[in-house]
Design a protein. Structure first.
Length: 80
């Protein structure tokens, strides 16, 4: 999965979501990823964005990521 700008989305990425600092909590793309299994089963693959200032956590399905112009890649986590 990729951001609208083209970078690959990875867990721990620092992003801007609706203008606020946020983080990619997990990427649900593999049934072996225990964090994302429920989302894959219910919604298909996608990403969970952790935005504590506004919405808490927001799941964006893979098909809707290109529509989220307010999801901007900022930097990759050092732990990657």
């Amino acid at each position: 999965m990729k951001y609208p700008s083209g970078e690959e989305i990875k867990k721990g990425d620092h992003v801007r979501f609706h203008g606020n600092p946020a983080e990619i909590e997990f990427v649900a793309s593999d049934a072996n990823n225990l964090q994302g299994v429920r989302y894959i089963q219910e919604f298909g693959s996608g990403v969970m964005v952790l935005d504590p200032m506004v919405s808490g956590s927001t799941f964006i399905s893979r098909d809707h990521i290109p529509e989220y112009e307010d999801l901007e890649f900022v930097s990759r986590s050092e732990a990657q």
